[in-house]
Design a protein around this ligand. Sequence first.
Ligand SMILES: [Zn+2]
Length: 142
Amino acid sequence: MVCIYCGCETRVLNSRPKARNPSVWRRRGCEVCVAQFTTLERPDYTAALLVESCAEHKLQPFMRDKLFLSIYKSLGHRPDSLNSSTALTETVIGRLLHNKLASKGYLLTEDLAKVSYETLRRFDPLAATTYKAYHQKALKMF
Ligand SMILES: [Zn+2]
């Protein structure tokens, strides 16, 4: 990877796999401008997973940011909404990946909404209620 400041090659100074999710934290250093910065390597779910809506029969790439925003919107009443949303997004993704369809590269919108709702309900019932209001269509059978 090139330096984010000068564009010259960097080398890895330190590397640690994350314990709870499939990602690797790396500290990099530039030998030209001596800058240091951190990178986080994680799976590209957009390329690995397609989301299918049972109701609409449409396939779309899975977008982690879209999931994050839906969780973040539901946690708007909390002072820790940003950090909580980041952690809960990883929890939801981890639970979704244990689904048999996910190993074949597919997720159902309805499963995504159900797992998000259940995860939020355990964390903060008010957030789950807010989430449900925004995702009534996907949660209709729930
Ligand atoms: Zn540099």
